[in-house]
Design a protein around this ligand. Structure first.
Ligand code: SAM
Ligand code: DTB
Ligand code: SF4
Length: 324
């Protein structure tokens, strides 16, 4: 008998789709059971985002407020100075964040920006925070330089299943994304990789994304599931919202196919009820973004989240991996 809590890399899309088709309570029960095998279900990992370089991006990701291809209300700005980023990280730590994630609206990282980015990373690390960055595509040497600067995690999402991908982005390929993830792993960085629901994809596409994540040589250390934040002016600005129960299914299936990954209930909590978030935690989510703002859109504020976690009897995750 196969132990469902043991990580597998050979999931087929059909097997993953079959998990989605389970009766809701059966699916959540199985996911909650596997969650308990690897994690304390009362613990939640807390990350905070900062957009260190906003807008004007050359890519055409159809969900994104920062693409230069679409006319949105997000003003573009230059790469922030390291001391400003470090000051924001200090505030995030004081507010309870455990990991600070620096995001830049770049297609790829340019070597000329490395000194400033390295200074941010080492400064944030010195505060005793875990560090994460999401800066677009990376070459192997750049991933190594980021690691040397003190980077713990690199976020690079597959976004959706391979069959739906080109309905959303055409300026870079699925393979480009897999190549960056390889460079990140080879540099010894922890990986943060997931996707988005609510872009008009089917259950099969969602199963396709999760199958791809499970087939990676190492399952993502962090696995963010974003509920689309619809951005006026983007091709997906008017996308229909995903049903809450369907979103919970996505979390539960992510927990089952990547049992040891920290699954993040990522973008979209702003428009979720407390009860829906509680169901996501029950189904195996054990990370959130905190701090009132994501990159360019809003997120529940600190007091709202503190009350939610207190009412659920949940507390910040004990730090095991990166030295803090
Ligand atoms: N530019 C870099 C890149 O795309 O690799 C890093 C930043 S990008 C904003 C990081 C991820 O955020 C995207 O891959 C996508 O999964 C998620 N994201 C972006 N806009 C979103 C939105 N409107 N709603 C939900 N998730 C979003
Ligand atoms: C991820 O998966 N979600 C974060 C982080 N990785 C970089 C970004 C969410 C962005 C939501 C839209 C915005 O704020 O612009
Ligand atoms: Fe650029 Fe990243 Fe937005 Fe795509 S998701 S347009 S790469 S900032």
């Amino acid at each position: 008998m196969i132990d469902p809590a043991q990580p597998r890399h050979d999931w087929t899309v059909e097997e993953v789709e079959a998990l989605f088709e389970l009766p809701f309570t059966e699916l959540v029960f199985r996911a909650a059971d596997v969650h308990r095998r690897w994690f304390d279900p009362t613990e939640v990992q807390l990350s905070q985002l900062l957009s260190v370089k906003t807008g004007g991006c050359a890519e055409n990701c159809g969900y994104c407020s920062q693409s230069a291809h679409f006319k949105t209300n997000t003003p573009a700005s230059k790469l922030m100075e390291a001391d400003v980023v470090i000051a924001a990280a200090k505030q995030a730590k004081e507010g309870g964040a455990q990991r600070f994630c620096m995001g830049a609206a770049w297609r790829d990282m340019k070597d000329r920006d490395m000194p400033k980015v390295a200074a941010m990373i080492s400064g944030v690390k010195a505060l005793g925070l875990e560090t994460c960055a999401t800066l677009g595509m990376l070459k192997p040497e750049q991933a190594k330089a980021l690691k040397d600067a003190g980077l713990d995690y690199y976020n690079h999402n597959l976004d959706t299943g391979p069959e739906y991908y080109d309905k959303v982005v055409t300026t870079r390929t699925y393979q480009d994304r897999l190549d960056t993830l390889e460079a990140v792993r080879d540099a010894g960085l922890s990986t943060c990789c997931g996707g988005i629901v609510g872009m008009g994809e089917t259950r099969r596409d969602r199963a396709g994304l999760l199958q791809q994540l499970a087939a990676l040589p190492a399952h993502p250390d962090s696995l963010p599931i974003n509920d689309l934040m619809p951005i006026p002016g983007t091709p997906l600005g008017g996308a229909a919202p995903v049903d809450g129960l369907e979103f919970v299914r996505m979390i539960a299936v992510a927990r089952l196919v990547c049992p040891k990954s920290v699954v993040r209930l990522s973008a979209g909590r702003e428009h979720m009820s407390r009860e829906l978030q509680a169901l996501c935690f029950l189904a195996g989510a054990n990370s959130i973004f905190v701090g009132g703002k994501l990159l360019t859109t809003s997120n529940p504020d600190q007091d709202t989240d503190a009350a939610l976690l207190a009412d659920l009897g949940m507390r910040p995750m004990t730090m095991k991996k990166a030295a803090v």
